[in-house]
Each structure stands twice: as structure tokens, then as C-alpha cells.
Design a protein around this ligand. Structure first.
Ligand code: NAD
Ligand code: SER
Length: 315
């Protein structure tokens, strides 16, 4: 088979998605790439290479050298870091994507490109956010995400490239820490609850956002790429969600397992502003209808599993 290339494979999602791809397609068929050194477990699992997606000839050469047929393009700058470094966010998220799409035209690759709840903005309906609606994001990260969705649709229409994507909500996981986003609190809170029984949250108690546990994020990505293309009406990108909660509700769920846990709030204006501009609960019926999306974890199941998995690691 032609190989699967993952960009950004050392990140929160890449580090776990790559291992799942190896499990499914075999270690010789997956090439993990990142700007950073690969973690040891990834080096043991598959071919690992350094790749800066902003360097077009390097992206093209990597795709050619490994006879790549599918690219999971995860390299990106996330929302909070993006607001600190907007030029870098544009360079990586837009030029990196352009380079990946150009290489895909040259080598007829299928491409998975994640978008985000960040592709929406303050003018978007906050509840039951439709698949097709107003998208006027106000963060640079969101601007690159909505432009990325359009660029992927354009490459599909213009060059016939099989581009597909999901609008991930905040992703919760325990293997690799998040890379500097607005939803990072929903991961940090578990580490602090177990280590110190308290957490100071940078978002307000009632900031409601869509979220998803990592096994479902991986499932969504692979199932979409394996779906029958003829049945896809939408491509870039599908709303997908598992549950939505506020910091207060997540804290109450954690308290059911760690009763001493206390949450406090010290609101950080930049990340709060970003969160306020995002939807609270997306409608993901298009993903359900077009390729059978259905999450496995609800809030309670995710909370139980996170705590069970983290306790032995943090001892
Ligand atoms: P992350 O920040 O954890 O990982 C991104 C990886 O990209 C890092 O390992 C980083 O080293 C790498 N990278 C940065 N610049 C690069 C460059 N120039 N060349 C090559 N690699 C580079 O991010 P993540 O959470 O794993 O996100 C993966 C994708 O999913 C991104 O497109 C992100 O926007 C999207 N997404 C993530 C979430 C989430 O909650 N994690 C939610 C919505 C969408
Ligand atoms: N979790 C991501 C962020 O907060 C959403 O795309 O940036």
C-alpha cells in the first residue's frame, strides 16, 4: 500500500492518532513527521522524520521519498499561541497547508485536515450550531481554520484532491499535553485534581464549550477518511462533538470521584475572549448522516477513564 504521512505527529492528537494508524495499517506504512523530535514510543513504532511543513520543497520531497498516498495534516499553531504569535500562526497554518495540498496534487494524495470550533465566531448561533452557517472568527487561529476549510474544498473542486476534515471541539487526553489552546483547561484540571486536589481555571465558571475524549477524536478522523466518498455532501469540515460542559460542570463531575477537589477562577482575558466567540454546542447531524459519526464517551465515562489512567502515571 501507499504510505500514510502524519504531520505534527508529536502533538496532542498526532502522538495518539499515529499509533492507532500503525496498529491499523502496520509500522512500515506510517511515516510520522514533526518539527520536534519524535517521542521514544513513536520512534519504536514507525518511520519517524523531522519535517517543517512551511518548507515546500521538503514537504514535496518527503511525500515523494516515502511514496505517500494519504496525509493526516496535523501540524498547526493553536488558538492561544496563535494570539501571541499571529504571523507564525499564519505561516504554519496557511502556508504549511498550502504546501501539503500542492504536494498532494503532485502525488494524488488524500488529505485529512482538522478544522476546529474556532472556525466559528461571535455571529455564529451558539447553540445547535448548524453545519453550514455564519463563519466570521475573530482569532487568527480561527481565521486560518476557516480559510483552511475553503482552501481544502477548493483543491477538491479544482484538482480532484480527496480532502476531508472535521471541526474538532476541545480534545481531552492524558498522553501528550495540549499545545497552547483555549480548551487546555479541560486537560490541566485532571492533572491538578490528582496532584494537588485544586485547580485555578483561566476561563469563567459558566463558559460552555464542545469537547471530546481522544479515543473519539481518533475514531472520527480515521472513520471519515475511510468513509465512502460518494456519500459525502460536505467535506471541509464536518461539525463533530461528543458533549459540552462548563468548567463548573466538569469540576462537579471530578468531585464525584475526588470529593476534596476544589476549583477556583482567575480569568485570563485573551483566552476568555476566544472562548466567548466559539459555539457552546454544535449540531453534528451532517457527520452522523453522511458517514455514521457517533461518539463512544460521554462526560461521565471520559472523566472516569481520565482519572483511572492518570492516577498511576502521576504517583
Ligand atoms: P499540538 O499543538 O499539540 O501539535 C501540533 C504539532 O505541530 C506540534 O507537535 C508541533 O511541533 C507541530 N508543528 C508546529 N509547527 C510545525 C511546522 N512548521 N512543521 C511541522 N510541525 C509543526 O496540536 P494538536 O492539538 O495535536 O492539533 C492537531 C490539529 O488538530 C491542529 O490542526 C489543530 O488546529 C486541530 N485541533 C485540535 C484541537 C485540540 O483540542 N487539540 C481542537 C480543534 C482542532
Ligand atoms: N483546542 C483548540 C484550541 O483551544 C480548539 O481548536 O485552540
Amino acid at each position: 500500500m501507499k504510505k500514510i504521512l502524519v504531520t505534527g505527529s508529536a502533538g496532542q492528537i498526532g502522538s495518539e492518532l499515529t499509533l492507532k494508524l500503525v496498529e491499523k495499517y502496520g509500522s512500515d506504512n506510517v511515516v510520522a513527521t514533526d518539527l520536534r523530535e519524535a517521542p521514544e514510543n513513536l520512534k519504536q513504532a514507525c518511520i519517524c522524520e523531522k519535517l517543517d511543513v512551511t518548507i515546500c520543497p521538503d514537504v514535496r520531497a518527503m511525500v515523494a521519498r516515502h511514496d505517500v498516498g494519504t496525509i493526516y495534516h496535523l501540524a498547526a499553531i493553536l488558538s492561544a499561541v496563535g494570539e501571541r504569535k499571529p504571523q507564525l500562526a499564519w505561516e504554519v497554518n496557511m502556508n504549511g497547508l498550502y504546501n501539503v495540498l500542492e504536494a498532494s496534487v503532485e502525488h494524488s494524495c488524500a488529505v485529512f485536515v482538522p478544522s476546529s470550533i474556532a472556525a466559528f465566531g461571535p455571529g455564529t448561533p451558539k447553540f445547535d450550531t448548524p453545519q453550514d452557517t455564519i463563519q466570521r472568527p475573530t482569532s487568527i487561529y480561527g481565521v486560518t481554520k476557516v480559510a483552511g476549510e475553503l482552501l481544502c474544498d477548493y483543491y477538491h473542486k479544482r484538482y480532484g484532491i480527496d480532502t476531508r476534515g472535521v471541526r474538532y471541539p476541545g480534545i481531552i487526553s492524558y498522553e501528550t499535553l495540549p499545545g497552547g489552546g483555549t480548551t487546555d483547561y479541560a486537560v490541566e484540571i485532571f492533572f491538578e485534581a490528582i496532584k494537588n486536589k485544586k485547580y485555578t481555571c483561566f476561563l469563567k465558571a459558566d463558559s460552555r464549550l464542545d469537547m471530546m475524549y481522544m479515543p473519539d477524536a481518533i475514531k472520527a478522523s480515521i472513520e471519515l477518511m475511510e468513509a465512502d466518498g460518494q456519500k459525502l455532501i460536505h467535506r471541509n469540515a464536518f461539525n463533530v462533538t461528543a458533549f459540552s460542559f462548563t468548567p463548573e460542570e466538569l469540576a462537579l463531575e471530578i468531585k464525584k470521584i475526588i470529593p476534596e477537589f476544589e476549583i477556583r477562577y482567575d480569568v485570563e482575558p485573551i483566552r476568555q475572549g476566544i472562548a466567548d466567540s466559539w459555539p457552546s454546542k454544535m449540531n453534528d447531524s451532517a457527520a452522523r448522516q453522511e458517514w455514521g459519526w457517533s461518539p463512544s464517551y460521554d462526560l461521565a465515562a471520559m472523566t472516569r477513564d481520565m482519572i483511572e489512567k492518570l492516577i498511576p502515571r502521576l504517583k
